[in-house]
Design a protein around this ligand. Structure first.
Ligand SMILES: [Zn+2]
Length: 222
């Protein structure tokens, strides 16, 4: 099993770059990413580098985005093993057509307290059939509740993703729609199957890879 799914390593392999990084390298890289993100927010100027609406269609023509305030996370972003970032902020935006959204940096998955890399590694390991206890030990999580929740969140989002795809009829999501339809008709739904389908679709599309750096982003952002 696990065909097409990368083998998770301690603290994960970020952005599928094919290299295993040591925990200290990963932590240093993570803190650098957070600093870059916060520096970017401080340096932002009116009308320059306005984030893309997550519901933008392929050409994005219908979206007009303005930046609103910042949403702070006083507890920072957790990295497992008791590590966390400094307090961070996320840009709150508004699209005239689609409403409000948060512009998440690539190291953060929507509505998750842990770094995207931890969520992605844990879900990928789960799809490979690793036990919850094993995943918690590798990722440095205090108990199994977070991983259970993440798996459930992906499964719960499938119908939402399907509805969104139908509404938008976007070319690049046509494959996802078919794959997800197949996934929802499985009884009981297999997380491995769902994860593999999403991963396959994400990797097959440069546009998906650009907009959703991990499968978790793809599943949880829409
Ligand atoms: Zn929009």
């Amino acid at each position: 099993m696990g065909r097409g799914i990368p083998d998770p390593s301690p603290l994960g392999v970020l952005w599928h770059d094919g290299h295993t990084h040591s925990a200290s390298e990963t932590i240093a890289r993570f803190h650098a990413q957070v600093k870059q993100h916060m520096d970017g927010l401080k340096a932002r100027r009116r009308g320059v580098g306005v984030p893309t609406c997550p519901k933008a269609e392929e050409n994005g023509a219908a979206c007009r985005v303005t930046r609103k305030g910042l949403v702070w996370r006083p507890g920072g972003v957790k990295l497992g093993h008791g590590e966390a970032s400094e307090p961070i902020a996320v840009q709150h935006c508004r699209c005239l057509r689609h409403g409000h959204f948060l512009d998440y940096p690539s190291f953060l998955v929507p509505r998750k307290h842990y770094a995207a890399e931890v969520v992605e590694s844990a879900l990928s390991a789960r799809a490979q059939g690793r036990t919850l206890e094993e995943i918690c030990s590798v990722q440095g999580l205090p108990d199994t509740s977070a991983v259970r929740r993440w798996v459930r969140d992906v499964m719960v989002r499938i119908p939402v993703l399907l509805v969104d795809v139908r509404k938008r009829s976007i070319k690049w999501l046509a494959g996802v729609r078919d794959a997800l339809h197949e996934a929802t008709t499985l009884t009981p739904p297999s997380f491995y199957r769902v994860w593999s389908l999403l991963q396959g679709q994400q990797r097959a599309s440069p546009d998906l890879l650009r907009r959703f750096p991990t499968v978790s982003h793809l599943a949880l952002s829409v």
